[in-house]
Design a protein around this ligand. Structure first.
Ligand code: GLP
Length: 235
């Protein structure tokens, strides 16, 4: 099995387990970290912030960003990363797609060039309720590179809690593709809670299919999976 599954008690324990995987990657010489947003990675970032790890010589590359939100918007992913990690632990370079670049062709090309120049050693991922990774919604091709995505209603609903009302949730995002993610040398995907249980089962035990973008991780040689018991409940 290429996917090493670890089941933990809760998100705090998941933060510690995830931290250890980061620490091992850094000890092994990782120079580029692929980072993710959402509630899932927060406990890992807390551990990284509390640690004595130094990222000042490293590069980070984030998965995705909402189209239309700039770095000062509290719901932008750049803002999230500043708050949860970068302010406390600056990197030499931290890349996040530019949500304010309205030229999708130019922005996705720019970001693919960044990834090509900074091959990702360890990519952290959360899991969408519908099996998405980054913002690669069901139907995304496994060879996809950075692209502009129309968010599904499931994702808009899931993210509406962070906005004053659903109308304010952006409808589009820039996201690394499945192909971009699969090029990382090592991947860590984390999921907590009952709402993720079906997606977790489909990712690990279902067919490899664009209907469940996370199922493409079955084709990657080195994936760590951290789950709590609720997320693992349909395995
Ligand atoms: C968003 C992000 C994903 C994230 C997912 C799950 O759609 N683009 O990267 O994995 O939400 O978020 P959460 O961890 O809050 O459940």
């Amino acid at each position: 099995q290429n996917m090493h599954v670890q089941i933990v008690k809760d998100q705090a324990a998941g933060g510690k387990a995830g931290f250890q995987i980061f620490q091992q990657a850094l000890t092994a010489g990782a120079k580029v970290l692929g980072l993710a947003t959402g509630s899932t990675p927060i406990s890992i970032y807390q551990q990284l912030v509390a640690s004595d790890l130094d990222f000042s010589q490293l590069t980070s590359v984030n998965l995705d960003e909402y189209v239309g939100l700039g770095p000062d918007h509290p719901q932008s992913y750049r803002y999230f990363m500043q708050q949860h990690l970068f302010n406390a632990k600056p990197f030499a370079h931290s890349y996040v797609p530019d949500g304010l670049n309205a030229d999708a062709a130019a922005e996705t090309k720019r970001y693919d060039d960044i990834i090509a120049a900074n091959p990702i050693d360890l990519q952290l991922l959360g899991l969408g309720r519908n099996g998405h990774v980054g913002f690669n919604e069901p139907g995304t091709d496994e060879h996809s590179t950075t692209h502009k995505v129309a968010l599904t209603q499931s994702t808009i609903d899931a993210n509406a809690r962070f906005f004053d009302n659903e109308d304010e949730v952006p409808r589009y995002a820039y996201s690394m593709g499945i192909g971009s993610i699969l090029q990382a040398k090592e991947i860590l995907i984390v999921a907590y809670g009952e709402a993720k249980a079906a997606a977790v089962a489909a990712m690990l035990q279902g067919p490899v299919t664009p209907d469940v973008p996370a199922s493409f991780l079955q084709t990657h040689p080195n994936v760590h999976v951290i789950l709590d018991e609720a997320a693992a409940s349909q395995l």
